[in-house]
Design a protein around this ligand. Structure first.
Ligand SMILES: C[S@@+](CC[C@H](N)C(=O)[O-])C[C@H]1O[C@@H](n2cnc3c(N)ncnc32)[C@H](O)[C@@H]1O
Length: 254
């Protein structure tokens, strides 16, 4: 695993989480794709400050429970504060490499975690081991190459190809030395089948991050966009910005 301490990246984590999903699409997944129509027991691998719990719990039937696991004490402390007094939600500090689930779950989910691990298949095996027969394993991971291809900046100096070589070198060396895999989103469904899951499906999140020149808070939104997408500072004064987030969602039934 690379050495990011996500507890120190709270600002980035919060900012990017506000620009990951369309609520209607997430609700569509819960109700029409994952078809969660009875109370479920959910375990979230690498839960951070509990963002997925915030998204999921209002949408799943009453009586559902959620447990989040994360290695970062700071993020788990924040999650516990956010959900203080909510008995159906709990969190635990643990390294996923060591963690052994002690209960059985209906759904094991993770978001933007496998891409940071050198052994995603081992952690997916644990996710599979955590769910009951016919349980659901859901992995939400980015495909940065697709995401980058979709960026558009409304500036005469914008060259959509200028980052390609730079990113290619970065991705290759990160994969070789740092353990971060920018293409993980596109590999997960193949891993799922290899690991014996049935009914594997793949979707692409429909969220598009758009900062319009007419946005009420355009300057700070531009800055946020530049940071979130790793764009060159020279585009700070451009007019509008657009990028598809390209989170690839794979889900398989055990
Ligand atoms: C990009 S964040 C995503 C957090 C959360 N899933 C979300 O979408 O907001 C990656 C998370 O994985 C956690 N993580 C990374 N390696 C881990 C490990 N070995 N065991 C447990 N958690 C880990 C980090 O602490 C961090 O919270």
């Amino acid at each position: 695993m690379n050495n990011i301490d996500w507890g120190k990246e709270k600002e980035y984590l919060h900012s990017t989480r506000q620009h990951l999903w369309n609520n209607d699409y997430f609700e569509f997944l819960v109700k029409c794709v994952w078809k969660i129509d009875k109370p479920v027991r959910i375990i979230d691998f690498g839960c951070g400050y509990g963002y997925l719990a915030q998204m999921l719990m209002p949408l799943v039937p009453q009586g559902s429970t959620y447990k989040g696991i994360d290695i970062s004490e700071a993020l788990i402390a924040e999650a516990q504060e956010i959900f203080a007094g909510q008995k159906d939600v709990c969190f635990e500090v643990a390294d996923l490499n060591e963690y052994e689930p002690t209960s059985e779950y209906d759904i094991a989910i993770c978001q933007a975690v496998l891409r940071h691990l050198t052994n995603p298949e081992d952690i997916m095996k644990k996710m599979i081991g955590a769910v009951k027969e016919n349980g659901l394993v859901i992995c939400i991971e980015p495909s940065r190459r697709m995401e980058n291809a979709g960026i558009f900046v409304d500036s005469s100096s914008y060259n959509p190809f200028e980052n390609d070589d730079f990113l290619k070198q970065r991705w290759l060396s990160e994969e070789q030395y740092g353990g971060r895999d920018y293409q993980i989103g596109m590999k997960i469904s193949v891993f799922m089948e290899k690991l014996g899951l049935k009914n594997v499906g793949v979707r692409i999140n429909d969220y598009v991050d758009f900062v319009s020149a007419g946005h009420a808070d355009c300057k700070s939104e531009q800055r946020r966009f530049i940071t979130d997408h790793g764009l060159d500072e020279k585009y700070a004064d451009s007019n509008s910005y657009l990028a598809a987030r390209c989170h690839v969602i794979s889900y398989g039934y055990k």
